[in-house]
Design a protein around this ligand. Structure first.
Ligand code: ZN
Length: 500
């Protein structure tokens, strides 16, 4: 690729992880906002930066979002209103278990086919790029056959997204009434065999340029320390990372609780582990010692505020994790029920925490004159915070010489951002006002994947058409199932006392 000059606001360096609020003040960023030219000379890395006069028109340039997101594939069940957005975690589980379960012995009878996974995964990855997310950790748990896994890899590679694709070792139900996982040994073997062979093929690189790499998503039923030991030892020997797993807690997530302590005591808690959500750490009756275990091990959390609040997980932990010195990044979770953009995630995380702090003051009979948390703090959670969560902050997460060339350019003259272009705090514009519409150019690994607002690798109309056609078929199949009966089974299994 020929040399290319990008104009940036030169916002390096970012604040340290535990520096939030007033220390990320306007004046700090004003000082850093002298325009800089980033000369992009190599196919994949930022090779030099130099201060210089800048051209006009781009203002908010530097964002390398790395989100600890999941479930790109579930875009397939987003279309045609499936599932409805009123579902909480249990409803989603009902839908999802339904989509992942094999209905009959043949793969052709599975509700979501490998081709459906391809359509959903491709759309989900493109939606991420469209909104300026260049890198994700993807918890892929529709791994119910080798073909499903292969199609997920194919779609991710074709999209151009940087992705740590965590293939699941996940229990899939063999029956709903009674609720059972009778085929777990067979499912486990299938999933581990392919993870093993992918890891050995090219040291976990799923694309030749290393843009897509292999991780593990680990969600098994119950707790079997010996089995956990066996699986984690196997993948760690193969250098498969990161390892993501659900840790929710509360009424809706009891089944996934307390693995931080359990794994720490079993010697399994290491820095390659990312706990999704981790809301249990804020629940009444939580084990506060788990915060210390996370910090000491270097394991991290992925906070997905928008979907956690809607799904009944509990309050988002993002800012508490920062205060506790635990690595945390922002994420999306189910692309089927929340926005695929990081902007709502940043806004919800920020305003939720501001609201919590206001309540603390109000309970004390006091008001608040200035918010102590800046928009920049949420921006950091969505970029460098995500990179630190996946332990790739030396490669991505900010613009620095030697880092990979994942760069997003915003249009400062857009409808949403033009009022912010002379603002001393560009983060305010991005966090509080931006949408995917304002993301003008996106580079991943030095390749332009979105130019002048248009995705380059795929024609979106074709992707959308495929998505709609496939989702319609799934909807037809779902009509044959009694979802209420499935919720009742899950309710019975976990003793949740569900209310309508
Ligand atoms: Zn989740």
């Amino acid at each position: 690729m020929s040399a290319l000059t990008l104009v940036s606001t030169g916002m390096r360096p970012f604040q340290p992880l535990n520096t939030l609020g007033r220390s990320c003040s306007r004046m700090d960023y004003w000082r850093h906002s002298q325009r800089t030219i980033v000369q992009y000379l190599s196919p994949s890395r930022v090779e030099s930066t130099s201060s210089s006069a800048a051209t006009k028109s781009w203002l908010f340039k530097i964002l390398i979002p790395c989100r600890t997101s999941r479930m790109r594939w579930s875009s397939i069940v987003r279309t045609n209103g499936l599932p409805p957005d009123s579902l909480t975690l249990i409803g989603i589980c009902g839908c999802r278990l339904l989509t992942t379960k094999r209905i009959g012995p043949s793969l052709n009878t599975a509700l979501v086919t490998a081709e459906d996974v391809y359509a959903g995964q491709l759309a989900g990855c493109l939606q991420a790029l469209h909104s300026g997310t260049t890198a994700v950790v993807d918890h892929f748990h529709c791994a119910n056959s080798v073909e499903h896994i292969e199609k997920a890899i194919e779609a991710t590679a074709e999209s151009g997204l940087r992705c740590m694709l965590c293939i699941s070792r996940q229990s899939l139900p063999s029956s709903f009434e009674p609720f059972a996982f009778g085929n777990d040994a067979q499912v486990s073997k299938m999933q581990l065999d392919i993870i093993q062979s992918l890891a050995q093929e090219d040291q976990g690189r799923l694309t030749p340029d290393g843009r897509v790499t292999l991780g593990l998503a680990y969600d098994v039923q119950g707790y079997d320390p010996q089995e956990d030991q066996r699986i984690l030892t196997l993948v760690r020997d193969l250098n498969v990372k990161p390892i993501t797993l659900h840790y929710v807690g509360g009424p809706h997530g009891r089944a996934f609780s307390k693995k931080i302590r359990l794994w720490a005591e079993a010697g399994l808690l290491k820095e390659d582990v990312i706990f999704s959500h981790a809301n249990d750490l804020l629940h009444e009756g939580c084990d506060p010692g788990e915060w210390d275990l996370l910090k000491a091990s270097g394991a991290s959390t992925a906070s997905t505020p928008e979907d956690e609040l809607g799904m009944g997980h509990g309050s988002p932990v993002a800012y508490e994790a920062v205060r506790r010195g635990v690595k945390v990044g922002l994420g999306i979770d189910c692309a089927s029920i929340v926005s695929t953009e990081m902007f709502p995630a940043m806004r919800v995380a920020l305003q939720c925490e501001r609201g919590r702090l206001h309540k603390v003051r109000a309970d004390d009979g006091k008001g608040v004159k200035y918010n102590s948390l800046s928009a920049a703090s949420a921006f950091r959670l969505a970029t460098l915070g995500g990179a630190e969560t996946a332990h790739v902050e030396t490669q991505i997460g900010s613009i620095e010489v030697g880092k990979l060339a994942d760069i997003v350019l915003y249009n400062a003259d857009s409808v949403n951002l033009s009022n912010c272009s002379n603002c001393s705090d560009p983060f305010r514009g991005i966090v509080l006002h931006a949408t995917a519409e304002d993301v003008q150019w996106v580079f991943v690994n030095g390749e332009i994947v979105k130019r002048d607002g248009k995705l380059l690798r795929k024609e979106w109309s074709g992707v959308a058409e495929n998505l709609k056609t496939r989702a319609a078929v799934i909807k037809e199949k779902v009509a044959n199932f009694d979802l209420e009966q499935r919720y009742a089974s899950i309710d019975k299994q976990f003793g949740l006392a569900l209310e309508v």
